[in-house]
Ligand binder design. Structure first.
Ligand code: MG
Length: 157
């Protein structure tokens, strides 16, 4: 069994969709980034890569590469899962938390879990996603961005 940790942060800006866990969440702002800026999937991808000691998504999908402009992060996640499988590991479970002041994510959490479950090839009960606010503290609390933290385990494939 191998354990990985991932962290990501993106700025909130006007005129971008808010995409989290592969779900477009209705909101007046979205996350900025080279890809679709799905902070949750990026943290999960980094946790998977970390568990397999395969680097990070910045090295796999550099933001200097136009190929990844506007990329669907579910595709990036699936590519990471393939890299993990190539290294003869398989995802076992993931637990992640999004830190975002607004909007409330609860209505979307199960759709996000379905997306992650299908990308990782694990059952829904192996995917835990949570959301919290930052209680108004700091840049995240002032709605300047969103953070995500993830841990995962891998088992031998
Ligand atoms: Mg990112």
């Amino acid at each position: 069994m191998r354990i990985g940790f991932g962290y990501d942060v993106h700025r909130l800006v006007d005129d971008r969709p808010l995409i989290l866990g592969g779900v477009e969440v209705p909101h007046d702002k979205g996350l900025s980034g080279h890809s679709d800026a799905d902070v949750l999937l990026h943290a999960i991808a980094d946790a998977l890569l970390g568990a397999a000691a395969l680097g990070d998504i910045g090295t796999h999908f550099p933001d200097s590469d136009p190929a990844w402009a506007g990329a669907d992060s579910l595709m990036l996640l699936e590519s990471v899962v393939q890299s993990v499988r190539d290294a003869e590991y398989a995802p076992h479970n993931v637990d992640a938390t999004v830190v975002l002041e607004r909007p409330k994510l609860r209505p979307y959490i199960d759709s996000m879990r379905e997306n992650v479950s299908s990308s990782l090839g694990v059952p829904m009960d192996c995917v835990s996603l949570k959301a919290t606010t930052n209680e108004g503290l700091g840049a995240i609390g002032q709605e300047k961005g969103a953070q995500a933290h993830a841990v995962c385990t891998l088992q031998p494939a």
